[in-house]
Design a protein around this ligand. Structure first.
Ligand SMILES: Cc1ncc(COP(=O)(O)O)c(C=O)c1O
Length: 482
């Protein structure tokens, strides 16, 4: 075991710094790993705890490690170049009718290809799947309710599940009744109902830019037009910019992920969220908030739903268990605000009800306390994966590449040099056994061609290292501008 040289002229804390850096160089610790506790290192090196602390504080100051409250110190991805906060000119965007692009289809299909490392779809649950606990609960639920499970359930969903969701919103300060919630088939159905409640064909819907391609497709399928509002890589939608956009265009509704966005992983502050709701309600513009990633935050506290700030009932909240527990169960929900009657009618017309077996299983999961324990581990795992993936990309991609520093969720947004078109090497990547999401599908106007979204919602294994090395090579080998 290595010991410090107490007779050396070098300070002891500096020797601790050297030790940490050597450990990193040798690969004994990697980005995202927890460093030994202060007590452990002080015992190991027979030095005082304040000396170790001084070393860790210095490493933190240099940006190599970060402290997490009540947890300890963690190694950060050293080489990763972070995307700088950026905003483009709001005036440059125009509402557009979206055309469906086959590349989205290929991204979805790649998930099911054998022997392919699927980094194109955001499925955080892969990082820590709760499948065994859910299977056990489902067996138990089914054995007691086999007959009822094959019947239609209530249009607005299982009352017990709605009650549990209402409790959770109460904990965040949102005073809603369980009758104010409609259970849906995933968040996608909630978003579809919400859009149909507030807008019609031809209406303009403001979306974040870049925006999750599933939302772009949804808007297209309803015959509405998407208007891109440029979004800061760190703080999400900028309220000043949104003010200009709604002055300039007849925006019928906004559809934003104000907590953790996809693909940026940006997060508005609670204050900004409140300002945005006041602005929109002042202009009678409904806000559809997409909360699917809100429980996957890396900060100390959960971001507050925009619903909390609604005074006129114009905020419609959509979420699901897809990013936290079981995307395959297709259980989501909608808080329709003042559009409750319309929302129930559309749900009834669209899908009648949501399967009960999955709802009962998730209710038991919530009530047993297992869901919250699972969330804690999932968040930790994702945070760890995030740093590891950033470090891996930084070491395999060309030095000009910049990588987002998400505030939660499960994806990284990676910018290559401006002439690179990442869609052009998508098929080659698939041939090498790795998928990603090309940047252009995150914009209805096909911007972001030189970006790619890479998911770190994965069970970590050696294949990931090779997959990123292969992707890095494709970016390295991209032809220079002629
Ligand atoms: C931002 C965002 N909203 C909504 C959805 C759809 O969620 P669900 O699977 O619950 O329908 C996704 C899924 O990828 C998403 O990323």
């Amino acid at each position: 075991m290595r010991l410090l040289d107490k007779s050396s002229s070098e300070f002891l804390y500096q020797q601790v710094i050297d030790f940490v850096e050597d450990q990193e160089k040798s690969g004994a610790i990697r980005a995202g790993d927890k460093l030994p506790s202060l007590r452990k290192l002080s015992r190991q090196f027979e030095i005082s705890i304040p000396t170790v602390k001084q070393a860790y504080i210095e490493l933190e100051r240099q940006g190599s490690i970060s402290a997490r409250p009540q947890s300890g110190y963690y190694l950060k991805a050293k080489q990763a170049r972070t995307l700088k906060p950026m905003r483009s000119l709001w005036a440059s965007c125009q509402p557009v009718e979206i055309s469906c692009r086959s590349i989205i289809e290929q991204v979805y299909e790649a998930v099911h290809l054998p022997d392919t490392v699927a980094l194109g779809i955001s499925n955080p649950v892969n990082a820590h799947p709760p499948d065994k606990a859910l299977a056990r609960l489902m067996r138990s639920v089914l054995s007691k309710n086999a007959e009822k499970a094959v019947s239609y359930g209530p249009v607005n969903g299982d009352p017990k599940l709605r009650l549990n969701l209402a409790y959770r919103y109460h904990e965040q300060g949102v005073a809603i009744n369980h009758d104010d919630i409609i259970i849906t088939s995933g968040a996608q159905e909630a978003l579809s109902i919400a859009l149909q409640c507030v807008a019609e064909r031809g209406d303009i819907i403001a979306v974040e830019s870049p925006c999750f391609f599933g939302l772009i497709e949804l808007i297209e399928s309803l015959g509405m037009k998407a208007l891109e509002v440029y979004t800061c890589t760190e703080q999400g939608i900028c309220v000043e910019e949104l003010t200009k956009v709604i002055e300039q265009h007849p925006v019928k509704a906004c559809l934003f992920s104000t907590a953790i966005s996809n693909p940026l992983g940006s997060m508005m502050t609670n204050q900004q969220r409140q300002n945005m709701v006041s602005l929109l309600e002042k202009h009678d513009i409904p806000l559809i908030e997409d909360e699917v990633y809100s429980d996957l935050y890396f900060s100390k506290d959960r971001p507050v739903p925009a619903q909390l700030y609604s005074k006129k009932g114009l905020v419609l909240t959509c979420s699901s268990f897809s990013k936290t527990a079981a995307p395959g169960y297709r259980v989501g929900w909608l808080l329709p605000g003042r559009f409750e009657e319309a929302a129930k009618r559309i749900k009834r017309a669209q899908s009648c009800s949501t399967p009960m077996l999955q709802q009962w299983t998730l209710t038991d999961y919530l009530m047993s306390g297992e869901y919250d324990r699972h969330l804690q581990v999932l968040r930790k795992t994702l945070r760890y994966n995030c740093e590891r993936m950033r470090a891996l990309i930084a070491s395999h991609f060309p030095p000009e590449v910049c990588i987002s520093q998400p505030q939660g969720g499960s994806v990284l947004w990676v910018r290559c040099r401006s002439h690179v078109d990442t869609s052009k090497f998508f098929t080659q990547a698939i041939a090498k056994g790795v998928s990603f999401a090309p940047g252009e599908i995150f914009s209805p106007t096909g911007q972001y061609k030189n970006f790619m979204r890479i998911s770190y919602g994965v069970k970590w294994c050696e294949k990931i290292d090779k997959a990123i090395a292969d992707l890095g090579k494709l970016v390295h080998d991209y032809p220079e501008k002629s």
